[in-house]
Design a protein around this ligand. Structure first.
Ligand code: HPA
Ligand code: MG
Length: 217
């Protein structure tokens, strides 16, 4: 699978101190640092939308949001695709669809991926599908979803993930489009959660040990 280039955040990157950004008081003690501020996510997302349009232009596209963690990135990415449709020739007719998956408890993959919502898959036969994910970590979730989807014979499948984690547990899967390659930390915010907490945090941040303990399942 051909993967486009992305921004690599190095292992020794310290990110940004929390006090440089607006962080809700109740989360302050449970974060290590800001890894990717929302503004940078926005700018990178705009470019991803442009790259996607260049590769997939002309044909109708179904954007499939992987809930829940993907909802912010999905909404922002689709907004950019819509804006480009308004001002450029060759607009891409867009549909949106949703699927809900779950595989993580605490900061560990359970190894079992569950589809726990969405009836989207059988509607995708013959369609060009863009799967929109928040993060590819081990890659097992995406491999599972791709297997599930392929059964329904879509015309094409592309995957865009905002984040790709460098982890020794990776199965080697790489998405077609990626925003940032990140170090092996558990990240939260911008809709990514730890046991359902932190989705309302604006920026992508790294959780600290106190946070993992406080919000453990
Ligand atoms: N953060 C949130 N959700 C996740 C992560 C992560 O680092 N990895 C896999 N799912
Ligand atoms: Mg996800």
């Amino acid at each position: 699978m051909s993967q486009s280039k992305c921004i690599k955040i190095s292992d020794d990157d310290k990110g940004y101190p929390l006090e440089m950004f607006c962080i809700p008081k109740h989360y302050e003690n449970h974060l290590s640092h800001v890894m990717i501020p929302k503004g940078l996510i926005d700018d990178r997302t705009e470019k991803l939308a442009k790259d996607i349009k260049e590769k997939l232009s002309d044909e109708p596209l179904v954007c499939l949001c992987v809930l829940k963690g993907g909802y912010k990135f999905f909404a922002d990415l689709v907004d950019h695709l819509k804006s480009m449709n308004n001002v450029q020739n060759d607009p891409i007719p867009l549909k949106v669809d949703f699927i809900r998956l779950r595989s993580y408890v605490d900061d560990k993959s359970t190894g079992d991926v569950e589809v726990i919502g969405g009836d989207a898959l059988h509607h995708l036969e013959g369609k060009n599908v863009l799967i929109v994910e928040d993060i590819v970590d081990t890659g097992k979730t995406m491999q599972y979803l791709l297997r599930k989807l392929q059964v329904h014979n879509p015309k094409s499948i592309n995957v865009v993930s905002l984040l790709v984690k460098r982890t020794p547990l990776s199965v080697g899967y790489k998405p077609d489009f990626a925003g940032f390659e990140i170090p092996n930390h558990f990240v939260i915010g911008y809709a990514l959660d730890y046991n359902e907490y932190f989705r309302d945090l604006q920026h992508v941040c790294v959780i600290n040990e106190a946070g993992k303990l406080k919000y453990a399942s």
